[in-house]
Design a protein around this ligand. Structure first.
Ligand code: FAD
Length: 340
């Protein structure tokens, strides 16, 4: 088992839930809400007060689907702000819009996903408001007190913030997604006020290369098959990990060693510097179980490990362990699942 300690910082008077007026930054991708946005809504609701969603983008038409999805998340209100400069969610023009909305509406909290985008935008909003960001929040004790992992998830820190406005990113894997409701909240759509023509001069969007895949998304898939350095090459990654993922309808993950060796795309990395996930089933193939990898998957409901080394640390967190050569065990497993 992984040791867990707790550290405590500062003290301040707690805010009652009656005073909570929280907002959630609703991240969208290609006009649709990302799954982690619904997890962040749950975190904001845990504060116990009013929760307003904020959607930001190019124009109302491009956000149509995201607006429809957001309205059903059980929010008290939805603010949609748009401007041409906000099209690609660059942090530089987006952060001032969020900061202004917080000031104007008297929001006491801003929550958002602990995603690449959240990690890019939130520190800038914090800087503009002169408050401290609280990252990767796993639980909320009261409106001022949060827990978050430190030391690659080996310790959980309890942080109490004295800031008047709390800005936090929520770890998606520890918050259930907000379930769609029958009733729809009201929507306030308007042009973003503080986005001038020079707003995006600090950074410019050039292009993006999206990995298109029919596979379930790694961050939210219920089953994940991950390969490590033990898989030995890109060719054998493709001929062992992919067939197993295919028969299970699973997403594919990888250790950093596998990514660094070019076996898998870097968007598939699981761990401290990759994605943090908690699927119902995580199958680690040829992965030793370094703490930095465990930091990204140890909260999975059931962990299966296939490794030829019986002393590999991954077996300490595995619910089911198979000491075997993966090149024999995985094809056999695929055949058995296909035959079942
Ligand atoms: P290895 O440790 O080399 O393990 C390969 C395993 O495959 C071994 O256990 C071996 O027994 C087994 N094996 C070999 N051949 C076979 C076979 N034929 N059949 C069955 N089993 C076999 N790592 C991450 O994964 N994610 C991160 O986000 C991450 N972030 C990091 C951040 C920092 C700051 C640092 C310093 C490191 C980070 N790492 C991360 C790297 C981490 O420390 C490990 O180096 C990495 O996880 C090892 O990957 P691996 O288990 O695939 O490789």
């Amino acid at each position: 088992a992984i040791p867990r300690t707790s550290t405590r910082c500062f003290s301040a008077s707690a805010r009652s839930s009656a005073e909570v007026n929280a907002a959630v930054f609703l991240e969208d991708k290609a006009g649709e809400l990302v799954p982690a946005a619904a997890n962040a809504v749950t975190a904001a609701k845990k504060l116990g007060g009013k929760v307003t969603g904020i959607l930001i983008g190019k124009d109302e038409a491009s956000l149509e689907k995201a607006i429809a999805m957001s309205r059903k998340l059980g929010l008290d209100n939805l603010l949609v702000r748009h401007a041409a400069a906000l099209e690609h969610a660059l942090a530089e023009p987006t952060a001032p819009v969020l900061a202004e909305l917080i000031k104007k509406n008297g929001f006491t909290h801003l929550a958002g996903p602990h995603s690449a985008l959240g990690k890019n935008i939130f520190p800038r909003v914090a800087g503009l408001l002169d408050v401290q960001q609280i990252s990767d929040v796993m639980s909320i004790q009261d409106a001022d007190t949060f827990t978050r992992p430190v030391y690659a998830g080996n310790a959980i820190s309890t942080v109490r913030s004295k800031d008047a406005i709390k800005l936090f990113t929520a770890r998606a894997s520890t918050w259930e997604p907000a379930q769609p409701t029958e009733s729809e909240c009201s929507v306030d759509v308007a042009a973003a006020e503080n986005v001038g023509p020079g707003a995006s001069t600090l950074a410019a969007w050039i292009s993006e290369e999206l990995v298109k895949s029919e596979r379930p998304d790694l961050s939210s898939a219920p089953t994940v098959v991950s390969g490590g350095r033990g898989v030995k090459s890109k060719e054998s990654f493709d001929s062992t990990i992919i067939p197993l993922a295919d028969v299970l309808g699973a997403a594919i993950g990888a250790s950093r060693a596998a990514v660094d060796s070019g076996y898998a795309d870097n968007s598939l990395q699981v761990g401290q510097t990759g994605k943090v996930i908690a699927p119902a089933l995580y199958i680690a193939v040829g992965i030793s179980g370094a703490i930095q990898h465990l930091a990204g998957m140890k909260d999975s409901k059931t962990i299966v490990a296939i490794n030829k080394d019986a002393d590999a640390p991954i077996f300490q967190v595995a619910d089911v362990g198979l000491v075997a050569d993966l090149f024999e065990a995985v094809p056999e497993l695929v055949k058995k699942i296909e035959a079942a």
